[in-house]
Design a binder for this molecule. Structure first.
Ligand SMILES: Cc1cc2nc3c(=O)[nH]c(=O)nc-3n(C[C@H](O)[C@H](O)[C@H](O)COP(=O)(O)O)c2cc1C
Length: 275
């Protein structure tokens, strides 16, 4: 079990945003699976992404790995909010255990992001800002560009100040050298996405989804190590993603510092749909 803000994730295993969390049937199946402690929607934009024939995914023959060229969902955020609302309403009506949803969104500017966050807040759901998609030819992942991510995080921090119940997350791209990690931690600190007066033990309303084992380990050290004195940063939970296809890989992520572990490619394996 893991707790991030108001979200309880039990078991601490989720699907990450992907093409297998695209429509109502897939989201329903993920919701009903006993192996997911929360469900993440495919990343959507306010009006839908222009998906072309070059978007797709391939798998390796002998290992569980994939290569994908998808951008974001062709469906707008409103579709996901409607489906999630329907799934949760049905769960409440049938007195089933209610599982949290994480609404994955993306935007390249703060002006684009604000109305999306407002819609998510109005529905009382949780938001994950995807800053990591490498497949958009017209835009580099904002997670690599501090000057791009700064205004986005400031917009999230403002939304958070207005509504303390909003749990927000960031999906970060994989970083390769120390300066990139430090720059990201500085942006998180400057933007105060997690308030400085948060108490480490009681407030964990923010999370970041870090891609790959090494990244999880480094962020864990930087955010939660003894030298980190900023309570806001210490309160950020890490969701570890990338290559989790076995119980051993899951255990490695947890040992590296992930509170919650996510998987995408595993879901694309047909056999996994029999959960
Ligand atoms: C077909 C496919 C579609 C994906 N779509 C998204 C997406 O919409 N948003 C997102 O944040 N990540 C997306 N991802 C990335 C996954 O969430 C995940 O970070 C990545 O695949 C690594 O995890 P894995 O090794 O478990 O697949 C996608 C991955 C795949 C394979």
């Amino acid at each position: 079990m893991a707790q991030i803000g108001s979200i309880v994730i039990s078991p601490p295993l989720i699907n990450t945003a992907c093409a297998w969390a695209s429509d109502l049937d897939q989201l329903q199946a993920l919701y009903e699976s006993p192996f997911t402690g929360a469900v993440t929607t495919r990343t959507s934009t306010l009006t839908g992404y222009n998906e072309t024939a070059v978007c797709g995914v391939v798998f390796t023959n002998s290992t569980t790995s994939s290569l994908n060229s998808y951008g974001f969902s062709p469906l707008p955020l409103s579709s996901y909010l409607g489906w999630v609302k329907d799934i949760l309403s049905a769960a409440v009506q049938s007195s089933s255990v209610v599982k949290p949803f994480i609404i994955s969104i993306t935007a390249s500017t703060a002006d684009e992001l604000r109305p999306m966050i407002a819609l998510i807040q109005a529905a009382a759901f949780n938001a994950l800002l995807n800053t990591s998609c490498p497949n958009i030819s017209s835009a580099s992942p904002s997670g690599y560009i501090p000057s791009s991510i700064h205004p986005l995080l400031t917009a999230l921090a403002e939304a958070h100040t207005q509504d303390k119940t909003l749990t927000i997350g960031l999906k970060l791209p994989p970083y390769t050298f120390r300066g990139q990690f430090d720059a990201m931690v500085n942006v998180l600190k400057e933007c105060r996405v997690c308030r400085p007066d948060c108490s480490w033990r009681t407030c964990r309303r923010c999370f970041s989804t870090a891609l790959s084992l090494g990244n999880v380990h480094t962020f864990h050290k930087l955010l939660h190590g003894d030298s980190q004195t900023d309570a806001g940063l210490r309160g950020i939970c890490i969701i570890g993603v990338g290559g989790v296809t076995t119980p051993a890989a899951l255990a490695h992520m947890r040992r590296a510092g992930a509170s919650v572990v996510g998987a995408a490619t595993l879901l694309g394996e047909t056999r996994c749909w029999s959960f």
